[in-house]
Ligand binder design. Sequence first.
Ligand SMILES: [Zn+2]
Length: 720
Amino acid sequence: MSQNLLVMLKNRFKSILALVICAGLISCTTGNDSNNSVTLVDRIPTENTNQFYVSNRAPLAPSALIKLPVGSVKPEGFLKEYLIRQKNGLTGNLGEISAWLQKENNAWLSKDGTGEWGWEEVPYWLKGYANIGYIMNDQPMIDESIIWLEAVLTSQRENGDFGPKLMDGDHPDFWAKMIMLYCLQSYYEYSQDERVIALMTNYFKYELTVPDEEFLEGYWQRLRGGDNLHSVLWLYNRTGDEFLLELAEKIHQNTSDWAGRDLPIEQVRNHYEVRDGGEVPDWYRDQVDWHNVNHAQAFREPAQYYLLTKNEKDLQATYENFKIIREHFGQVPGGMFGSDENARPGYADPRQGVETCGMVEQMNSDEHLLRITGDPFWADHAEEVAFNTYPAAVMPDFKSLHYITSPNMALLDAENHSPGIANSGPFLMMNPFSSRCCQHNHSQGWPYFIENLWMATPDNGVVAAMYGASKVTVKVGDGTEVNIEETTHYPFEEEIKFALSTEKAVEFPLYLRIPTWAKGASITVNGEVMKDNISGIGYAKISRTWANGDQVALTLPMEIQTKIWEKNSNSLSVSRGPLTYSLKIREKYFKKDSEETAQWDSKWQKGVDKKKWPAWEIHPVTDWNYSLVVDENDPASSFEVMEGHWPKSDFPFSLEEVPIKIVAKARQIPEWQLDQYGLVGELKDLPKTSDQPVVDVTLVPMGAARLRITAFPELLNSNN
Ligand SMILES: [Zn+2]
């Protein structure tokens, strides 16, 4: 063959190759709509059933979104940094602090259910601690978790009961076991250990034999039956055992009536706590209970029951519950409500707070409801609590936390603030020895949030349901396993990038949630704008045959928004995207003895090193009594956003390192001071004018502020 001919053939081959590549490109970039398009949908369709992940089994209502097994989503950025801080801080070391976690004579470790410390604390802690281990592939944490889980798995008695032999008054206590069932489910997702299925099956057979008058009879367990119901349906989806549907019905019948309205007052707990001895308002009878943690976790029970009944009324009851508590106690920024133990009529000012337990249970409920309904409202809300209120409840090093966090909070000390807040004692102290329930229950917040960032969809696709830097491994389309890396500093920046890796091309829908606050979102695929100006819709669906290296970028414009809280004296709050902003107050930390500043029900281990685990008071160094000066006609123009560098620590939730601030104009209100209870004075008592000069103040994301003013009082002369 001549040299020329060889060159000619080579060139010809190149041309053919180029043509083939070109044809491929053409079909990728301009091809038909069904295989390269972005469409907008309110909800993700549920006609199909996901072929790779366990979904709701008939006759249950179909799964809207499907949880991926723990470990499928790996955090990056600050989410990873949070898990590291939890491990090095309170969550990872609680075993050497908390009396309930000591192993000696611990009822959770005993074969026959006898011993001490056998209530909610161990499983509260374990449900977050173990999941951090699974998510981070941290073998020491996994090994420690398995000591507790193994003891549970080998503790089942002849009658099917397991774990500590617990009584709640004269009746058996099912509550602590509801939490341990969550731990077992995560362990099963991690290990596929079939003993979990056997234990749960036998335990639920036992529950079915318990007479109604003995079942869920105590205060906490009766209100929180929804958690038991969740675990029964989880097992039903895996085994299809018919008796589980019967048990699900029985649990619902024995759980407090969370769909009840206009209830007899005797059925409503906490009704005696009305301010100044006033009358119980009629609306107080529209919820069966007003304890903050009970509400945050149990308001969802009717929506869980809806999976059985498919009756829209049940689903609606959960939406109404959410609205009712917020209408009367949640007229504040940050996503939560004022219920510093119980929500008390007359106490709805932004100085009222919520337990750390309340926040993480609310996030867990939002994640449940997102999976049940597919409604992106619940994702918006989980992010709101996760990015604003929850980070404020713990110290930046995650070595201590407190019981109550409020939107307006200008002093954290060891004093008693009752009756300004419901409880008597040092409930505002950042203390690793204290806040018994929150001390253990805080652990689930971030790991559960991370597990739910990504979910499978019924049409064999995947959805970025909540946003955060992460990597997901998921089976899609024809069963091909793909990896998607999400790179972003969200919620501190507008752009979120996704990079796909796959061994072969695979067709599947990728859904991206469009948050309600985002106006004019846009999406590019491999640099080409596929859709822009997206607003007011649930999800963008990108249908495509995906190839290795495909890149997607989502931009969610973050505008400054102000909100007036009419029911709280027309107070004003400022948000930008998912972040709410608070007045920056310079904080001074005072180290205190953790034993001396602990609440009455705290218990710690003998010999725990108090020096290593101090408690903290936080006092304000700068003034906090400001009202913001805002142009009513163009509120956003009154603020200047200052974007800084991303912190080297990867941790944005501290005053020193927060990468974004807002400069605002403000006027002081000299009459606004701490009141006789040592709390920020109530807004209703403030004058509506101020003769103080207008000055510049700095706002920071609420989650970075351990002291904060987040609901600013109204001044009628603020502009002149
Ligand atoms: Zn708590």
